[in-house]
Write a protein that binds this ligand. Sequence first.
Ligand code: AHG
Ligand code: MN
Ligand code: MN
Length: 364
Amino acid sequence: MPQRRTTFSQFVAEDRRRSGAADADLVGLLNDVQRACKFVAAAVSRGGLGARPAAAAATNVQGEQQKPIDVVANDIVIKTCEWGGQLCGMVSEEMAEVYRIPGEYPRGRYLLAFDPLDGSSNIDVNMTVGTIFSVLSAPPGVSEPGPEHFLRPGREQVAAGFAVYGPTTMLIITLGAGVHGFTLDREPGAFVLTHPDMHIPETAQEFAINASNERFWEAPVRRYVEECIQGKAGPRGQDFNMRWIASMVAEVHRILIRGGLFMYPRDTKEPAKPGRLRLLYEANPMAMIVEQAGGAASTGRERILDIVPDAIHQRVPVILGSKDEVQRLVRYHQAFDRGEDLVFHTPLFNTRSLFRGDAVFAPR
Ligand code: AHG
Ligand code: MN
Ligand code: MN
């Protein structure tokens, strides 16, 4: 007798039934999303063998360089999810405006926000990338949504998840009651439940941050990183490892498996931008996943899921992962904002290491 394996489609349908909120539209939508992720996984895995889009990609609405595969992945998600009748609009990192469902297809009551390819700067060097998605309900009666209909706090997300295209392709999902991981079995082409009920350890030995921005960080982040780097000899009394993959999907996936902290904090590099990551289709879905797995997600000053967005491509500072570590950083921000903290002074760089061992803390 074949071993019984739970596929993504079956899991989602049964989950909805168990919750008493059977919802064929949501089940259908999530099925389309998982199918889109399989197509994107296939496109990504073909690498240099893949078809090139007719027009070379250039710059997206955020002024960032688009890779051709960003455009391919965006197109895959749209084409796979637009026809089913569950959606009335989509927002994507790669599209300036809200995408309206073409007139030939029925409209549904859900809104989809997505990052078709996260970490795409890694694509040329054959490292892990992924797709992030967030599902919201459209207000009753809305069939032609505008940007304002997407500007809901992340705590209202109906479902959120991400696919990670690494050595294996995985799909991680939450429908608001736990986080579940599925691994793509390429032979039958099915996502199979391999990581039910994922939990982030509360404490951590790893943190992830782009340390090349150190000179632009605020004092609380400098303090946190400096204390980690001091290791056993410092106030934390333990050694930490630092990680940076430049692919949020890969970092969050690692944190789901073995804990840790991920930060793309507020910095002064481009003062007009309060952060690097986008709220609707990066920070919110990842924050929901992390909270549902027992972790925490904050800007340092506010719970990410409580932010009321003011623009569809809004950026926010992101600090997420193991609860104790996020709470520690929030405390450092609070102390700093109350003027109780110490400002960390260090030269931009020094000859011995990126961070000075003899760091000087001076009253603010
Ligand atoms: P995207 O590829 O969708 O633009 O997102 C990349 C994001 C995120 O995945 C990663 O954590 C961060 O940008 C990397 O930024 P740096 O290049 O500044 O390290
Ligand atoms: Mn991204
Ligand atoms: Mn992207």
